[in-house]
Design a protein around this ligand. Structure first.
Ligand SMILES: Cc1cc2nc3c(=O)[nH]c(=O)nc-3n(C[C@H](O)[C@H](O)[C@H](O)COP(=O)(O)OP(=O)(O)OC[C@H]3O[C@@H](n4cnc5c(N)ncnc54)[C@H](O)[C@@H]3O)c2cc1C
Length: 459
């Protein structure tokens, strides 16, 4: 691996770090602290030319290639060369055109802070700490998605370096195959250096959280299952069962409690919102109700994701529908009495604009799903084996209601190639395999939700 490194370093504007160098681990730190990156070399890319040099080096010497932006992905990368893209942090906002172009190192918070003063918002997810490019490559499940669709559906162009070292401008006309596969297919086709996407007009919303006593989760979940069949698209919600720690920074009524947390983003008036929410507010004992008029810049408060790294094990699935039997299956495995340390499960309501294909189709599947379910347990060395068993069991127990698919971003642990393929429909997976063969013929980009290499391997 040391061969050619001096030449590579001489080509770079950014630094080249070798394992053991000061700051090496911090450069590729992960949010999921049970999945660490341990590359041999990091290229701290400052320019597109740095990315090209790193890719050409990897291709020439047959070295595995990884990409690191913010570390929020569900992946670990061992050995090989990791390109750290966090310094590619340019941003160009076109207020009139409702467009923004960002470099691969930009996080959602930066886009939100730049666009909100103009009454515009990106279709970000539950945490604006997540990186824009990684999120958009993997489907972009926005917390306002019922009203506006997947974040990824708003992508209009990308710039990238493919594994031949070529810099490519990708849009629906110039590179239709790459444009399809980059939108929802994950980071399988090269290293993206920038992305351009549409913003929506949104400055504020009526939203927040209603926290119920989690021991009443069956009643709340049952009410949620029927309530969600009645909702307008402007009511974007999810329901989570959360095992909260006794953290003094949490509001007192929630500390150390099991809570059923209804997350709400309503794009309408307060009075209409209250009328729609009334049946849910009556569905169980409320510990705290924080639903109020919120600036879009406060969107992280809706889910309240943990602010710092945590070790976890997660699996996801999409449900076509849920009924009393689904609820029994969910709660029999990951209900209030679960015997292993859980963090949460998260049931996100889809439908609405999530279900509509964009004008130019992309690799996202699962538009027919009514819900996205993700189950997340603690993964410290003492409990990880037991937690994995329970989380896996929750996915198996609910299979009868699953559409059989997942979305790349909330797929969680990949069990095998059949499981990996669930993030695509059958034709979509075969198309991804063909694209991976064409654009990564040596199979060097084996990180993230990476694609198997033979058509039909999914079946
Ligand atoms: C707390 C939390 C909340 C989340 N909430 C949501 C949510 O609401 N909706 C949702 O859709 N997702 C959500 N996610 C998932 C997240 O969007 C994905 O894990 C995403 O891949 C993270 O990208 P990143 O750049 O931040 O992380 P990284 O770990 O840096 O990257 C993850 C993967 O993205 C790919 N990638 C990143 N940058 C590039 C690039 N420049 N070129 C090629 N490939 C690249 C690579 O495959 C990489 O392994 C959440 C994750 C966390 C931890």
């Amino acid at each position: 691996m040391s061969e050619g490194l001096a030449d590579l370093e001489a080509e770079l504007t950014g630094a080249l770090m070798v394992r053991g160098a000061p700051g090496f681990e911090a450069e590729v730190a992960t949010f999921n602290s049970s999945l660490l990156h341990t590359p041999l070399i990091i290229v701290c890319a400052e320019t597109v030319a740095d990315v090209q040099a790193a890719v050409r080096y990897a291709t020439k010497y047959g070295v595995q290639l990884g990409v690191h932006a913010t570390g929020h992905g569900y992946t670990s990368f061992t050995d090989g060369l990791m390109v750290s893209v966090r310094r590619l942090n340019s941003m160009t906002l076109d207020v009139e055109g409702h467009l923004v172009t960002v470099g691969a190192g930009v996080r959602w918070r930066e886009v939100l802070e730049a666009s909100a003063p103009h009454g515009l918002s990106p279709l970000a997810g539950s945490s604006t700490d997540v990186g824009v490019v990684g999120y958009l490559l993997g489907s972009g499940i926005a917390i306002t998605g019922r009203a506006f669709g997947f974040g990824t559906d708003r992508v209009i162009a990308l710039e990238m370096v493919t594994l031949d070292g070529e810099f490519r401008k990708v849009d629906a006309i110039t590179e239709p195959d790459l444009f399809w596969g980059l939108r929802g297919g994950g980071g399988n086709l090269g290293i993206v250096t920038s992305v351009t996407f549409e913003l929506v007009e949104l400055a504020s919303f009526y939203g927040g959280g209603i926290y119920f006593d989690g021991t009443h989760v069956r009643d709340v979940l049952s009410a949620y299952a029927s309530w969600t069949t009645t909702l307008v698209e402007e009511m974007c919600t999810s329901l989570a069962l959360v095992w909260l720690p006794p953290d003094p920074s949490l509001p007192e009524p929630l500390r150390g409690k099991l809570v059923a947390h209804l997350r709400v983003v309503y794009l309408g008036s307060e009075s209409d919102g209250d009328e729609i929410l009334a049946p849910m507010r009556a569905s169980g004992p409320v510990l705290l109700d924080s639903v109020t008029q919120m600036a879009v810049t406060a969107m992280d408060d809706v889910h309240g994701d943990p602010p710092s790294a945590i070790p976890f094990y997660a699996r996801g699935t999409l449900f076509g529908d849920i009924n009393d039997d689904t609820i029994d299956a969910m709660l029999s495995v990951v209900g209030p009495d679960v015997a292993v340390p859980m963090l949460m499960w998260d049931l996100r309501h889809q439908g609405g604009a999530f279900s509509r294909e964009p004008a130019v189709p992309n690799a996202i599947c699962g538009r027919d799903a009514a819900f996205n379910w993700q189950v997340v347990g603690l993964a410290t060395p003492e409990c990880v084996d037991a937690v994995q068993l329970v989380v896996d069991q929750s996915i198996t127990a609910t299979e009868p209601w699953s559409t059989g698919h997942t979305l790349v971003n909330l797929h969680g642990a990949v069990k095998d190639d059949v499981d990996r393929a669930r993030a695509f429909d059958s034709a979509g997976y075969d198309r991804m395999v063909e694209l991976v063969r064409r654009y990564d013929p040596q199979g060097l980009l084996r990180h993230g939700h990476s694609i198997a290499r033979s058509v039909g391997q999914s079946r």
